[in-house]
Design a protein around this ligand. Structure first.
Ligand code: NAD
Ligand code: DAU
Length: 369
């Protein structure tokens, strides 16, 4: 990070937000970092424990929809950088209950933009460090066939309540630049994986179910394709966009690592088998006879399931010099090792609300004929 920013990181207790907060702290000890997070089921202060005593860091439990809260943080901390991770982020939950997605992803982003407009464009000294970086997703582009890639020019075609709410937020961010001159950058990234990911998403869910000997639910025929990026690479892309990105621009971020879901599930089974078999204590903790691939269970498909995502990240590579560094298979093995070593973390987040969600999402999901 090239400058000592004064950053408001929203959603900084979630998966990518907490990885980014720790990354930014490590890169720039002089940066002022304020995390604002509502601590929904997906937010976990434990993720930020390594920096909780840092004098240049504060945590505020709050909602991005609360204008007074956001406004006072921006004013009192003289914020020059907003990185907006706060969102409802899980597609399956958006199908079960879309309202929270509209409230947080659309109205919450709108509220943040209004606070930035008031604080940055309402008169007073200007500051050329100011950036509102909106973290978005490749899902806004819809679904691809067997070939082709999403570029920054691909028309929006969101298919789930989640992606529709993210698309709406992207449009608002764009409009605030175009209309008011707010200094914004939007990044649209592909599927992330790595430490601290909530176990509702494919990679941590399959890892933990494989460890604990539970069925491994594969939606539909398992042939859906996603483009995977290690979270550390996403953090580096956001840092690059903050340091060298052009105001008003959009950057697609992806891993050039397209994989079918079933191939990922098989890869995780192999990684879990290898990790457990190599250690006597783990063999006793997670006894299993044979390969965990036998736990694979094809289940009823996700409604409206997008078939394929693939990002063309040539723009951020060529114009800003960022490129993904973590090879997918290495990243997955490291991630499996993290979940093996951090059982207390996932046991805590999988109690309470998670049990109800899991039952609702998977309990009545019959095996695919
Ligand atoms: P996450 O669900 O793990 O974390 C979201 C965080 O936002 C949580 O800490 C939650 O408490 C907080 N939050 C939710 N509603 C809030 C509100 N109203 N006010 C304040 N905080 C609130 O999500 P994630 O996977 O870390 O994703 C972060 C961002 O990156 C999202 O905007 C998502 O759309 C985007 N994104 C995610 C991926 C991915 O693969 N996970 C890929 C591309 C883009
Ligand atoms: O593409 C970026 C998006 O990636 C982000 O914007 C979202 O926040 C993030 O959740 C992710 O969305 P996906 O829907 O692609 O991720 P998920 O981990 O839920 O699913 C990945 C693929 O695996 C998808 O094709 C559905 C499938 N799947 C998922 C789960 C949870 C299964 O087959 N079984 C499962 O149990």
């Amino acid at each position: 990070m090239d400058r000592a920013r004064r950053a408001l990181i929203t959603g900084g207790a979630g998966f990518i937000g907490s990885n980014f907060t720790l990354y930014m702290r490590a890169k720039n000890p002089d940066a002022r970092i304020v995390v604002l997070d509502k601590l929904t089921y997906a937010g976990n202060l434990e993720n930020l424990a390594p920096i909780k005593r840092d004098a240049n860091f504060s945590f505020i439990k709050g909602d991005i929809n609360a204008f007074e809260t956001v406004d006072s943080v921006m004013r009192e901390d003289n914020i020059d950088t907003v990185v907006n991770f706060a969102a409802e982020s899980h597609v399956d939950r958006s199908i079960l209950g879309p309202r929270a997605f509209v409230e947080t992803n659309v109205m919450g982003t709108f509220t943040l933009l209004e606070a930035a407009r008031k604080n940055w464009l309402g008169g007073g000294a200007s500051n050329d460090k100011r950036i509102f970086l909106h973290v978005s997703t490749d899902e806004v582009y819809g679904s691809l066939g067997e070939t082709g890639y999403f570029t920054e020019e691909t028309p929006y075609s969101p298919n789930s309540p989640y992606s529709a709410s993210k698309a709406a937020s992207d449009h608002l961010v764009r409009a605030y630049h175009h209309t008011y001159g707010l200094p914004v950058i939007t990044t649209n990234c592909s599927n992330n994986y790595g430490p601290y990911q909530f176990p509702e998403k494919l990679i941590p869910l399959i890892t933990i179910n494989a460890l604990t000997g539970k069925p491994l639910p594969v939606y539909g025929d398992g042939g859906n394709v996603r483009d995977w990026l290690h979270v550390e690479d996403h953090c580096a892309a956001i840092e690059t966009a903050l340091d060298r990105g052009k105001i008003g621009e959009v950057y697609n971020v992806g891993g050039r690592a397209e994989r079918k879901n079933i191939d990922i599930v098989n890869l995780i089974c192999g990684a879990v088998d290898a990790a457990v078999n190599s250690d006597k204590a783990l063999r006793e903790l997670y006894p299993f006879d044979g390969s965990r691939k036998k736990l694979i269970t094809y289940v009823k498909d996700r409604p409206g399931h997008d078939r394929r995502y693939a990002i063309d990240c040539a723009k951020i590579e060529k114009e800003l010099g960022w490129t993904p560094a973590v090879a997918f298979e290495d990243g997955v093995r490291a991630t499996v090792d993290w979940y093996v070593k951090n059982r207390k973390w996932w046991e805590r987040v999988m109690s309470g609300e998670y049990v109800k969600y899991y039952e609702r999402q998977y309990g009545g999901r019959s095996a695919r004929p």
